[in-house]
Design a protein around this ligand. Structure first.
Ligand code: ZN
Length: 471
């Protein structure tokens, strides 16, 4: 059984030893790896080396959003480039410093079955691998760091919850990763089944499934949530809480009432505004300048549960659906972890939603994607933002679909025109809305790829006065 181990601190001689090679990758080694993973997660660490738990053997674990990595007898095959960034260490609490490392490394070593593996890495993973491998030679980051600074050491007793997580797309990943590195025990991940997608109808794997596999989390993909077997499986895990982030289907009450502290849901809007399937897109379509996330109790009525906490964020004119989703996913992860801390401490206060302020955010239907040039330019620019990078707003040109992914107002163009009229001024493509001109920047002709409007114009010249429109 994996258990949480004590992390030894700077000053302990074991941290200064050159660690021994592991001769045999056996059950003892695997159990130590499991305990190192548990210890790293509970301590909110990115990596851990065996000497840090008092075992002078060449073993490391590292966990980043990309996945969970374990190496027995790791060796640097090659390193390239260099990068300076801030580092800390679980064995050197209260200090951080700037350390220069290779920007890319290739590492080889043995996996938990004793098989040789290779890993190319960059970014945080690359840095963490080098930091942990240093530990195996008795080297600490403070030996290499410049500008060492003091940081606050978190105090107070931490409480960890047993969490069942239900989610499906990319939007759920920051939440799942944050809950994991907060040290909560994720005892089950529930995600939607694989489904055929794209032109070749190849099976597409939900982002949450890929994450769960990369981080070795227990996973299930039930076709049906109303199954006695699933209810029994969850009950046996004795979870404290069920966390739902964009699962994609209503979760029945026989499941939500199983956890001791109930079930909570992250919704990307400031409820009671924008209940429903497309809150991010609808906020942009409506030209809102502020939105946010809500953590609520799961209720049988969609998005109607009592509010645990909310955080707001500005919507900038540069935001589109893609960028705003990413921001809300990160903000939501923060809000969820705060809510879990409150639940663990028994400090939750619930605020019922004001039913008089409810607005709805229905899903985007194919007819919503068609640009209506008789509308004002602000509405049209907002629609393009709300549907970018997917599925894309479109217009018809010469019987073919022309999708527009990025578009700007053109207040400097003052000539008259009819709604839907095309013009080019130099290299610039212009289309007339009811109240002025707009300039598409990124477009995609039917059957083609995304391109700049300049490139599009080279292959598809415009007759000034030509109309695009609704058929
Ligand atoms: Zn360290």
């Amino acid at each position: 059984m994996a258990k949480r181990l004590e992390i030894v601190k700077i000053g302990d001689p074991v941290l200064r030893k050159r660690c021994r090679q592991v001769i045999n990758v056996n059950d003892t080694v695997r159990e130590l790896l499991d305990s190192m993973i548990l210890t790293m997660r509970k301590a909110h660490g990115v990596g851990l080396a065996a000497p840090q738990v008092g075992v002078p053997k060449r073993m490391i674990v590292v966990e980043t959003p990309e996945g969970l990595y374990e190496f027995v007898n790791p060796e640097l095959v090659r390193g390239e480039g260099s990068e300076i960034a801030t580092e800390g260490c679980l064995s050197v609490p209260g200090q951080v410093g700037e350390v220069e490392r290779y920007a890319r490394v290739c590492v080889t070593g043995l996996d938990r079955e004793g098989k040789q593996i290779w890993l190319d890495s960059s970014g945080l993973l690359c840095r963490a691998l080098q930091h942990e491998m240093d530990h195996l030679d008795g080297v600490l980051f403070v030996d290499k760091a410049k500008e060492i600074r003091q940081t606050a050491v978190p105090e107070g007793e931490e409480r960890f919850l047993r969490v069942v997580f239900a989610g499906t797309p990319d939007f759920a990943l920051p939440s799942l990763y944050s809950i994991l590195v907060e040290g909560h025990d994720i005892c089950l991940v529930i995600t939607r089944p694989d489904k055929p997608a794209g032109r070749g109808m190849k099976m597409s794997i939900p982002a949450v499934k890929r994450f769960a596999l990369n981080h070795r989390l227990p996973l299930c993909q039930p076709e049906q949530l109303r199954s006695e077997e699933l209810v029994r499986q969850i009950a046996e895990l004795q979870p404290d809480v069920l966390v739902v982030v964009a699962y994609g289907k209503l979760i029945p009450e026989e499941i939500t009432r199983l956890p001791r502290l109930g079930a909570i849901n992250l919704h990307p809007s400031l409820l009671p505004r924008y209940r429903g399937a497309a809150p991010i897109q609808r906020a942009i379509i409506n030209g809102d300048t502020v939105t946010g996330v809500s953590v609520i109790q799961l209720s049988p009525r969609m998005d109607a549960g009592d509010i645990i906490l909310q955080k707001d964020i500005e919507i900038t004119l540069e935001d589109d659906y893609g960028s705003l989703s990413n921001k809300l996913a990160a903000l939501g992860a923060e809000a969820l972890c705060e809510a879990l801390q409150k639940m663990a401490a028994g400090e939750v206060s619930l605020t019922p939603q004001d039913e008089s302020q409810v607005t709805v955010a229905p899903p985007i239907k194919p007819e919503d994607e068609l640009i209506r040039w008789s509308e004002g330019s602000s509405n049209i620019v907002n629609l393009v933002r709300a549907l970018s990078p997917s599925p894309g707003a479109y217009t018809w040109r010469k019987g073919k679909k022309l999708k527009i992914f990025k578009m700007e107002h053109a207040p400097d163009v003052t000539m008259d025109g009819r709604p839907g009229e095309l013009r080019t001024v130099g290299q610039r493509l212009l289309i007339r809305a009811s109240d002025g001109w707009v300039a598409p920047k990124i477009v995609q002709p039917e059957g083609g790829r995304k391109m700049s409007s300049e490139e599009y114009l080279r292959g598809h010249p415009v007759n000034n006065g030509e109309l695009v429109g609704e058929v």
